[in-house]
Design a protein around this ligand. Structure first.
Ligand code: HEM
Length: 498
């Protein structure tokens, strides 16, 4: 009994001293920091308050104290936070070669299909980025335009029905069906029919992939802080049934297209053409292995549907709360379409500049990734400071805080697309506006995302007016999961207008 007690006391004492020692890290480097506590460092109830929410609070505290940069602790891990936009740009753009990695927990030994562009680091990321960049050129986007526009037909029909029956709808739900159809069609070459079959496997597994709960949040935090142990005990990145479903669909589609010599204008086709089915492609060649192929197809699905559907639903929310801006946007859509014989074409979409302003301003207020992560990959002396950031240190870019900072965006809570007009946008510092990230790791799907969002808004707004329904709780209560969501949903009414 005494031995057991002594053993337990020794273990607790060892953990205590380990934490105390770890918590001296920023003090020893004279960087301003927040006082941490055992066991979660500077995180408060991490099972219920999401990491990004906490980071936004840290930004506010540091900014109020007038700090240029600061540190905090993720459990025992020291995290560096650049607050001043110049330091943000040093990390993301100017000295990117010191911060090439995202530093996420990746168990690609247990699940090789997790080795995608988003999760990969180092040379593997560099090779993949080089191989995949040609997939996202404006020429390729133009080629996919028709595949994409077919997905607006069931969307338009659904909104028509809702309008005819005087019903209300949850914008997030309808937008998620549209973007599932688009990305299902462009990444998998499959018609998901999300509007007719809301319980389709794509919707089901797509939802499952993003489902958050307290246990998942703690598991992710543990894996992020103690990656080696997490790998040893077999913590996987993706639920096995989700991985199995998407792998099967990707491989079946690959085989079907090869066997039947089918070619389509979509991502799947571009990836098939880069894939060596015998798995001979090495990292340096232009090709992808079969695992690489499946990993990228799944990534495009993951990255492509929730990001854009959330941004679209916030855009509709903003437009329903600002009917004058909605009317101005409709006027632009109708004017441009008239010039293009009433047809929604690639060129017509490109001409809709005010629409771009509206989306940009929505992403300023509601960036789907409220914080962006990097890891220092070579020791780095931060210019105009005395700090050397050590290799292996995690860096969090607090873009939610930056994008709502009154020093950079006066009256920051106001939805004002004029901030992004031709006359004004030049005054925005790129270190303060990061909805797609910045530098060499900027979102590779930016053009695709803008095209699918603009197409959706053009199709809907040319014929319909959206107004707020009283079921929407304003101000919005946000939920920070994998991407941000609104508690209770965004409920809108819709009316056909001539
Ligand atoms: C509104 C829609 C979207 C938003 C706001 C968004 C935002 C982001 C952000 C913030 C990052 C991190 C950038 C960084 O670390 O600097 C990112 C990375 C990425 N996104 Fe997107 N994204 C969107 C849509 C898409 C789409 C449609 C695709 C693909 C079809 C996509 C594919 C990717 C990939 C592959 C990466 C990783 C890039 C790399 O590490 O090299 N995204 N995105």
């Amino acid at each position: 009994m005494y031995i057991l007690l002594a053993l337990v006391s020794t273990i607790f004492a060892a953990i205590y001293f380990y934490y105390k020692q770890a918590f001296t890290y920023w003090k020893n480097r004279s960087l301003p920091y927040l006082t941490p506590s055992i066991p979660f460092g500077n995180l408060n109830k991490p099972w219920s308050i999401p990491l990004v929410d906490q980071l936004t609070n840290h930004y506010k505290i540091f900014k109020e104290r007038g700090e240029k940069h600061a540190g905090f602790f993720l459990m025992t891990d020291p995290v560096y936070v650049p607050i001043h936009p110049e330091l943000v740009k040093n990390v993301m753009i100017k000295d990117f070669h010191h911060f090439t990695d995202r530093g996420l927990y990746v168990n690609d030994e247990a699940q090789p299909i997790i080795g995608n562009l988003f999760f990969s680091d180092g040379q593997k990321w560099k090779n993949l980025r080089q191989k995949l960049t040609p997939t996202f050129t404006s020429g390729k986007m133009k080629m996919m335009f028709n595949t994409m526009i077919n997905c607006t037909v069931p969307l338009h029909e659904t909104i028509e029905q809702i309008s005819d029956n005087n019903q209300t709808f949850d914008a997030r739900d309808v937008m998620a069906k549209y973007t599932t159809d688009v990305i299902g069609s462009c990444a998998f070459g499959i018609e998901c029919n999300s509007f007719k079959d809301p319980n389709s496997d794509f919707r089901k597994y797509g939802k499952l992939m993003f489902e958050e709960n307290s246990i998942k949040a703690l598991k992710n935090l543990f894996a992020l802080s103690f990656g080696n142990i997490a790998k040893k005990i077999g913590i996987k990145n993706m639920e096995p049934e989700v991985a199995e479903f998407f792998t099967k669909v990707a491989i079946d589609t690959y085989n079907y297209r090869i066997e039947n010599n089918i070619k389509r204008n979509d991502f799947m086709q571009l990836l098939i053409e880069m894939t060596d089915k015998d798995n001979n492609a090495d990292q340096k060649s232009n090709g992808l292995t079969m695992n690489d192929f499946v990993a990228q197809v799944i990534l495009f699905f993951v990255a492509g549907f929730d990001t854009s559907s959330v941004t679209l639903s916030f855009t509709l929310f903003n437009l329903a709360s600002h009917l004058n801006i909605q009317a101005k946007l409709r006027e632009e859509i109708r004017r441009v379409l008239k010039k293009h014989n009433g047809e929604i074409t690639y060129d017509a979409i490109q001409e809709m500049k005010y629409m771009e302003q509206v989306i940009n301003e929505t992403m300023r207020l509601y960036p789907i990734a409220p914080a962006i992560g990097r890891v220092c990959t070579q020791d780095y002396k931060m210019p105009s400071t005395n700090l050397v950031i050590e290799k292996g240190t995690k860096v969090f870019i607090p873009n939610w805080g930056l994008q709502r900072d009154p020093d950079y965006f006066p009256d920051p809570e106001k939805f004002d697309p004029e901030r992004f007009s031709d006359e004004n946008k030049g005054t925005i510092d790129p270190g303060t506006y990061l909805p797609f990230g910045e530098g060499p790791r900027i979102c590779i799907g930016l053009r695709f995302a803008m095209m699918q969002m603009k197409m959706c808004l053009a199709v809907l707004l040319k014929d319909y007016e959206f107004r707020m329904n009283s079921k929407t709780k304003v101000p919005l209560e946000l939920d920070f999961g994998f991407v941000i969501a609104v508690k209770g949903g965004i409920w809108l009414n819709v009316k056909k207008i001539s």
